[in-house]
Unconditional design. Structure first.
Length: 258
């Protein structure tokens, strides 16, 4: 009597969902500045996207009318498109994201093609408002920055990069930026895992980067076997991030920020 030996099916390696990290704060608080430095510290294991690129395209409107729109209200963002891009990256797929031109208040013709990485960094004004996004963050950082500092940075940015006049920047800050900040940006601090305020700097960036490297390394085995191991500093194992507890204040950041 012959016997048939059953061959066990090879086990498929489970794919891990990347870490999703949100950096939130008002206009000029330093979101982009912090995101750039975290991305540099985490490279090449990180992909970065910005809420700013998901402003709705206004190219169909006359130029004069575009400038009068309220770009400081959350409805100015195409949230469905943003969430779609985030979900694609979280599911291990590539995502095509728009690129926004603040001088013309319209989208550029070309898109960015992003590949999934162990860490996804996203920065923006209102990323903690929507429960559908908020529930997906592995870590969220809120930057609490005083209005005077944010206005100074916004003036430097808009005059130098966005073709604005000083008067138009001041008027927008007074009539829409600050009122919308009080309504829609500042209240998000209660949802953040980490709140940065006062003077903070290099030590906090290293703290966050080391912790994220450790969190990503704990998931590494679920990524494809060919992916190289992440280089995790030994001290990262002792780092702790407490929910809604500010990190200790160290060296101050420079006055660059978005």
């Amino acid at each position: 009597m012959s016997r048939t030996k059953l061959r066990e099916a090879p086990q498929r390696r489970r794919r891990t969902t990347p870490l999703l990290v949100a950096i939130v704060g008002g206009s000029g608080s330093g979101k982009s500045w912090l995101a750039e430095r975290l991305a540099a510290a985490l490279s090449p294991h990180v992909v970065r996207l910005s809420q700013d690129d998901f402003y709705r395209d206004r190219s169909y409107l006359p130029t004069g009318r575009r400038a009068k729109l309220n770009f400081d209200h959350p409805r100015a963002i195409d949230w469905l498109e943003l969430e779609h891009s985030v979900l694609k990256l979280l599911s291990g797929q590539r995502a095509s994201t728009p690129q926004y031109d603040f001088k013309t208040h319209s989208r550029r013709g070309n898109q960015r093609r992003l590949s999934p990485k162990p860490v996804i960094l996203i920065d923006g004004l209102w990323l903690l408002r929507r429960p559908s996004l908020r529930s997906r963050y592995n870590l969220s950082v809120f930057i609490d920055c005083p209005p005077r500092t944010r206005l100074r940075r916004r003036l430097n940015r808009d005059l130098g990069q966005r073709g604005r006049t000083r008067q138009s920047v001041l008027e927008q800050f007074r009539t829409t930026v600050e009122p919308m900040h009080a309504l829609y940006v500042a209240p998000q601090a209660r949802y953040a895992d980490v709140v940065l305020s006062g003077t903070w700097g290099g030590a906090q960036i290293k703290h966050l980067a080391d912790r994220l490297l450790l969190m990503a390394d704990l998931r590494r085995r679920r990524f494809r076997p060919s992916r190289p191991a992440l280089m995790v500093p030994p001290a990262a194992a002792n780092l702790q991030i407490t929910h809604r507890t500010p990190l200790p204040h160290k060296a101050a950041f420079s006055d660059q920020g978005n």
